[in-house]
Design a protein around this ligand. Structure first.
Ligand code: FAQ
Length: 311
């Protein structure tokens, strides 16, 4: 009966074991997973655009090969995550429709433009860096298919972060103009990267519930702090200044103090009014519509093969 199922579910969560697709789960748990995993999948797919913008203008064949591979990895991440969401009973078509209608979100960070090639390095360093901080604990999330997808994604994400750092390091060893380009890029991406972790804990409606269910393992502020502490020494080695006058080591806390991101800007971007929201969604819509014939042909082929296979 319902109570026994709930008790069994609670027990699995309490023991830190995994819920699998065929297990009973509360409706709220399922809905929260669909929301978070779909949002994550959409972020990977929309996240291909800012860097994709530079593929045809990469400064060398080597940089072009690296960038192509990275953007392809992001498509792959989106696909593993859509597959994880499908195990919860929602189709990829349905999720894509929700992305295009604005019913589901994607990460705020991808609504900012990429204005120089240094942005490719900065996205690898800061955006993938923030993604790793947020996602490594998700390898231990309570839902099996999500946790398993995260393991592979995190490995690739670590590689992405290193390639970004290496790109910036190369530019920092170049000309004054290149160093200025890196600093200008870091100045633009620092605060939006901090916003990737979501609103402050006090304004995060979902954190407590998601942590009780073992979907999230840390709060937004905890992970933001971890990211700042990890990034400051990397910025020093690189020789760039993080654009926050309040950033300093706090001996007592054993952590860095830092300034408050502009949460009004965050809300504007999340609500669809960031610098590139309209462009990102329009581009995705065009790609989805242009690809309709491929989906139709693949579905027709699969249906025919099933009939032939059965006869
Ligand atoms: N942007 O109550 P909370 C990547 C929404 S990394 C937009 O705190 P929650 C890799 C939130 O959905 C980026 N919306 O929510 C890559 C909720 O709205 P809702 C993707 C945001 O879920 C690198 C509302 O605000 N990573 O793609 C954002 O407990 C380079 C209230 O917030 C993930 O998705 C935001 N930044 O915590 C790709 C990681 N923050 O849904 C290409 C998995 C919050 O109720 C290139 N997700 N919101 O309408 C998570 O860990 C969580 O969902 C959080 C938000 C931490 C993002």
């Amino acid at each position: 009966d319902a109570e026994a199922l709930q008790a069994q579910f609670d027990d699995v969560i309490a023991r830190n074991e995994r819920i699998e697709p065929r297990d009973w789960m509360p409706d709220g748990y399922r809905a929260t997973l669909v929301r978070q995993i779909a949002q994550h999948a959409h972020s990977e797919i929309i996240g291909m655009q800012p860097e994709g913008n530079w593929i045809t203008r990469a400064p060398s064949l080597r940089r072009k090969a690296i960038l192509l591979a990275k953007v392809q990895d992001e498509a792959g991440h989106g696909l593993y995550l859509y597959s994880a969401t499908e195990t919860l009973g929602t189709s990829r078509d349905e999720l894509t429709e929700k992305l295009l209608s604005g019913a589901q979100k994607y990460s705020s960070i991808f609504n900012y433009p990429t204005l120089s090639y240094a942005d490719v390095g900065t996205i690898g360093w800061l955006v993938d860096g923030a993604a790793i901080c947020n996602q490594v604990p998700l390898c231990r999330t309570s839902y099996g298919p999500y946790g398993r997808a995260m393991i592979r994604i995190c490995k690739e994400e670590s590689f992405h972060q290193r390639q970004g750092y290496e790109l910036l390091m190369t530019m920092m060893q170049g000309t004054d103009a290149q160093r200025e380009m890196v600093q200008e890029s870091v100045d633009r991406f620092w605060w939006p990267a901090l916003m990737m972790f979501g609103p402050p804990d006090a304004d995060s409606p979902n954190t407590a519930r998601s942590m009780a269910w073992g979907i999230k393992r840390n709060t937004n502020d905890d992970l933001r702090q971890r990211f700042v502490d990890m990034t400051v020494p990397q910025a020093q080695v690189l020789g760039v200044t993080l654009p926050d006058p309040q950033l300093r080591w706090n001996e007592e806390r054993g952590a860095h103090d830092f300034g408050e991101p502009d949460w009004e800007e965050f809300m504007r971007v999340v609500k669809g009014n960031g610098p590139c929201n309209a462009q990102r969604v329009a581009h995705r819509r065009r790609a989805w519509e242009d690809g309709a014939w491929v989906r139709e042909a693949a579905t027709a082929y699969a249906a025919r093969s099933a009939v032939l296979g059965a006869s």
